[in-house]
Ligand binder design. Structure first.
Ligand SMILES: Cc1ncc(COP(=O)(O)O)c(C=O)c1O
Length: 386
């Protein structure tokens, strides 16, 4: 009998899939489901970007590009770092990838030896650990606490580093908590990692979506930090599947070889479309959207407080609020399913993001407009009272 590779068994299906499947059934039966579970705002890509993609198709720009991406796109990304963040990044260090997902897969291959482990916070983006599994490495998640904004304690980072530890992966702003790390924190974490001869990866996919705190790039701290980014979130181009990494000079050759072998190139059409994303009119549109998200964030935070729900960490960025529901349920997943069944509001259970305390939490994504968020809050209030 044919079997699948053993590693597939180690990938747990996302619990939110059960929520989404039920939400679909309810919707098909005519119910008005409010979606606060998806990590994707209700905006499409900016129209000018879409048109640039259509033009690229019409002009036949549909072949492979160079493996590291169109030189002009890498140059635009480099200029963006300089203009917005005051950091000079040689475009040769930028590798364009199929989404941040492609970037994380490539970096897993680039950095993690078979049998090695990478440290990351619990909770964090669930696919990280699965990318590492693909290359025979594993993630070791360090328990983080809401009192600490779900940051890894730096003394713990020091003491938990073992012979087989090769690196630390962080994200700022973070999914699922919306927390933003300070420049000082990343600086200190980097010092520890450097002393150990390890690598530091910072996932900046929610860069630009910072509502409190300082929006910066870890590249301002060191050229030796690996940074991941994407057109998915700030530029609302989720379905175009385009991201990038910035690697240190000494890793360019290795990253290029992997890009050639893993992907040949990222989508050419998406790359031509993304070139348009750095024009002032599109950047202004993205900024307007950020303001829209800022309003939604306040609406949601105020509403959750009104309901007496505990916001687990300072939701300073991305478009998530992580909420502690342990005072009203012992099982956040069941709470999500019951809420969906009774009031047609879909949320993501915390268990998708971590192991330790995750069953206490749910993630709200403020990805629909303020009226819908208010409606969702009313329904949750009614559900809690029932
Ligand atoms: C923290 C984080 N990293 C990476 C990704 C992957 O994004 P994409 O492949 O769409 O660029 C996501 C998606 O939600 C994410 O939240």
């Amino acid at each position: 009998m044919q079997t699948l590779a053993k590693r597939v068994e180690q990938i747990a299906p996302f619990q939110v899939m059960a929520v989404m499947a039920r939400a679909k059934q309810l919707q098909a039966a005519g119910q008005d489901v409010i979606h606060l579970e998806v990590g994707e705002p209700d905006f499409s890509a900016p129209q000018a970007v879409n048109e640039a993609g259509i033009a690229a198709i019409s002009e036949g720009k549909t072949g492979y590009t160079s493996a590291t991406g169109l030189p002009e796109l890498r140059q635009s990304i480099s200029e963006f770092y300089l203009q917005r963040y005051g950091v000079d990044v040689n475009s040769e260090r930028i590798v364009v990838t199929p989404g941040a997902s492609g970037a994380l897969l490539l970096l897993s291959s680039l950095m993690a030896e078979v049998g090695s482990e990478v440290l990351m916070p619990d909770p964090c983006y669930p696919c990280n650990r699965h990318f590492l599994l693909q290359v025979g490495a594993k993630a070791r998640m360090l328990e983080c606490f809401s009192e600490n904004n779900f940051e890894i304690d730096l003394e713990q980072l020091q003491s938990e580093w073992r012979d087989q530890t090769t690196g630390l992966w962080l994200a700022s702003p973070a999914n699922p908590t919306g927390s933003v790390l300070s420049q000082e924190y990343i600086q200190q974490a980097w010092s520890i990692v450097q002393q150990q001869g390890g690598h530091l990866l910072v996932d900046e996919i929610y860069q630009g979506l910072v509502f409190e705190g300082h929006d910066f790039t870890a590249l301002s701290i060191s050229d030796d930090i690996f940074v991941v980014n994407s057109f998915s979130k700030y530029f609302a181009m989720t379905g175009w599947r385009l991201g990038w990494i910035v690697v240190p000079e000494w890793a360019i050759e290795g990253a290029t070889k992997l890009a050639q072998n893993l992907f040949i190139s990222a989508s050419s059409v998406a790359q031509y479309a993304a070139l348009r994303a750095f024009e002032p009119d599109v950047l202004a549109e993205c900024e307007d959207r950020r303001q829209t998200l800022a309003k939604r964030r306040i609406t949601l935070i105020n509403g959750l407080k009104r309901l007496g729900l505990t916001i687990a960490s300072a939701p300073q960025g991305a478009f998530y609020v992580y909420v502690d529901v342990s005072s009203i349920t012992t099982d956040a997943m069941q709470w999500c399913l019951d809420l969906l069944q009774q009031e047609y509001v879909a949320l993501t259970p915390g268990a998708d993001f971590g192991h330790k305390e995750a069953h206490k939490y749910v993630r709200f994504a403020y990805t629909c407009d303020c009226d819908r968020i208010e409606q969702a809050l009313l329904r949750i209030e009614r559900f809690m009272a029932s």
